[in-house]
Design a binder for this molecule. Structure first.
Ligand code: G6P
Length: 608
């Protein structure tokens, strides 16, 4: 949700910032802008509605040389996407310029106050007030002025501020939105995430909420809002820039689908011991886990669908009530929570505002909070007593793929680990599970190979009026996620439904133009699912079934079949979703959609 990058050092800042913006574009892409202090000391600002490529065209082949600058790619909250509302925003003097990710909630009040004080504000954004507040507070020291301005803000922010007259200095600040400092050799960076700067340095400081970073080419001084220096350690980014590039694939989404076998291997690395599962991250909280009598999972979007698998397994293996709730609902209608409640927050980015707020609420009420995230150093890790990482590597496409399968695998391991340590998972069952987990990467590879047929199938389905996806039990989250992929990237309507509910309403949508996509892998509810599939077939709907290799019955019933290898039921969600991802991908390509950056979406949503 908005990408920020800043640079100060000996390189030419313009190309560094444009490169960073391209890598951050998945965070938001309705407008982009850049500010540079040129070698002659002028402030150069260029900003455009549209993608970073539009900004680059506007800047031409020879943007002014500069040693410092900042850039922004936007996902609009306040003020529609336009050249004027694009960031950076400047003060009345044109000396101070600001980029921002988040929402200044009291911006109306601040605007009125600033206007009454003689300021002229140009845009409809909340961000612009920050530039003018810094202008009022400025008395020769940018970091001091930013701290004064921040004291006036309510809401969430990651900010970078630049003053033309201090041409080596960037000031960054964060509260409930991500910001990192990159430390290079004689050069420094600020960025929303590591993807923007990993080509230049792997040494980063993950800023904490309330931090203000005073950044110069020689490094960074971090203070709190009062100006007292705080110590922050330097972390090393464990992946290289190639991991965040397309590597010969046409789209990031396709690359990330193909990375799933390796991502699953990585997610399991160090966590399978002979015949048991062990997540070392839980060691410090084992005492508290023994008293757990209820499990609440919270998440948004794709992570929510993954969390449904976790809830089913916690309930089955621990024998305690467990359920999953979308974080934005959990917050405003929370269940009873106490010290015996385990809350598992699932979030790829670790920065989804609703998931963070729900976790905080649960923690404040005494729950034990575990986060499951792909992002080391992210905000959710500070809201939880233990963090379990997906280890999936960076995911760039807006539509999640490899992080869904690794979320499911990690939640399976988490539930198994807790059940094991509470003595509730029979050894034979755990042994069987570990063996199935070990087979999973190879089976995911096979599922990708088998799904080669989706490209040709997409020709026949791309003009459908809509889709109905159904599944039961562990097939249900796969149906929900399959439908979400279609919606996100092809802009076709798709419903994901519990198969047993089909007859209670949505069946009226089925006809020759609305195919039924049925997750019909081998399971205890297979026969029931087949009955639902037949209900669709009887309404003239074409039936596309996801089925287990070797199922001869389904071939007679379905119009088309997508085959997946056999596995344990709790792991079947992982394999069943793979052909559905590829199906959605090829339908979207056929429909000429922007697969990696679909309209209206952003990869991480840092507003509530
Ligand atoms: C956005 C993304 C989704 C994602 C959801 C939750 O809506 O477009 O792909 O599933 O946020 O993100 P998280 O980072 O919390 O998993």
């Amino acid at each position: 949700m908005c990408g920020i990058v800043g640079y100060t050092g000996p390189r030419d800042a313009g190309p560094v910032l444009l490169d960073g913006l391209r890598r951050l574009e998945y965070r938001g892409y309705d407008s982009a802008g850049i500010a540079l202090v040129t070698e002659s000391g002028d402030l150069f600002v260029e900003k455009r509605a549209g993608k970073v490529a539009v900004l680059q065209d506007a800047m031409g082949d020879h943007p002014p040389r500069a040693g410092i600058g900042l850039g922004h790619t936007r996902w609009a909250t306040h003020g529609r996407p336009s050249d004027l509302n694009a960031h950076p925003h400047s003060d009345c003097t044109g000396r101070i310029t600001v980029v921002h990710n988040g929402i200044v909630e009291n911006f109306r009040e601040l605007r009125d106050e600033l206007k009454a004080g003689g300021h002229t504000l140009q845009s409809e954004t909340d961000t612009e007030v920050v530039a003018h507040l810094v202008e009022d507070a400025y008395a020769g020291d940018l970091a001091d002025a930013v701290r004064v301005a921040l004291a006036r803000l309510e809401g969430a922010y990651a900010l970078v501020v630049l003053h033309r007259d201090e041409p080596e200095r960037l000031v960054g600040a964060r509260l409930n939105a991500p910001l990192i400092v990159g430390i290079g050799a004689g050069e420094s960076f600020l960025a929303s995430d590591a993807a923007a700067i990993v080509a230049y340095t792997k040494q980063v400081i993950f800023l904490a909420d309330g931090d203000v970073a005073d950044v110069t080419p020689g490094g960074a001084v971090i203070t709190d809002l009062s100006g007292a220096v705080v110590e922050r350690k330097i972390d090393i980014i464990p992946w290289s820039v190639e991991a965040a590039e397309k590597g010969g694939y046409e789209h990031f989404m396709l690359k990330e689908i193909h990375e799933q076998p390796a991502a699953l291997t990585s997610a399991m690395t160090g966590r399978l011991r002979h015949d048991s599962v062990c997540l070392e991250e839980l060691d410090p909280i084992r005492d508290r886990l023994t008293g757990i009598d209820r499990v609440e999972l919270i998440a948004c979007g794709t992570a929510y669908y993954a969390s449904l698998v976790g809830a089913a397994l916690f309930q089955e293996w621990l024998g305690v009530p467990a359920r999953s709730t979308v974080a934005s609902e959990f917050r405003y209608s929370p269940p009873p929570i106490n010290a015996r409640t385990l809350v598992v927050a699932v979030t790829q980015s670790g920065e989804t505002a609703d998931t963070i707020a729900a976790s905080r609420l649960a923690g404040d009420r005494g729950a034990l909070v575990i986060s499951v995230t792909n992002t080391v150093g992210s905000a959710i890790t500070r809201e939880s007593h233990a963090a379990v990482f997906l280890q999936a590597g960076p995911e760039v496409a807006v539509a999640a793929t490899k992080t869904f399968v690794t979320q499911v695998a990690t939640l399976v391991m988490l539930a198994a680990d807790v059940a094991h340590h509470l003595g509730r998972l029979p050894a034979a069952k755990e042994q069987e599970l570990v063996a199935a987990l070990r087979r999973l990467p190879e089976q995911a590879e096979r599922a990708i190979e088998l799904a080669a047929t989706t490209e040709e199938m997409a020709d026949r389905y791309a003009e459908a009026a809509g889709f109905m996806y159904i599944g039961r039990s562990f097939g249900y989250p796969a149906a929900l996620e399959g439908a979400l992929k279609i919606k996100e990237i092809s802009y076709l309507h798709a419903e994901g439904y519990a198969a047993g509910e089909l007859k209670h309403g949505p069946i009226s949508l089925l006809d020759a133009d609305v195919p039924l996509v049925a997750v019909a892998t081998r399971s205890a509810v297979y026969e029931k699912l087949i009955s639902n599939l037949m209900e669709g077939k009887a309404r003239d709907a074409r039936v596309l079934a996801v089925a287990t290799e070797g199922d001869t019955q389904i071939e007679q019933l379905a119009t088309d079949v997508l085959w997946v290898p056999d596995t344990l039921e709790p792991l079947s969600t992982i394999l069943a979703v793979i052909p559905l991802q590829l199906f959605a991908y090829h339908v979207a390509v056929k429909r000429g959609r922007d697969v990696d950056q679909p309209r209206n979406l952003a990869k991480s949503v840092t507003v509530e």
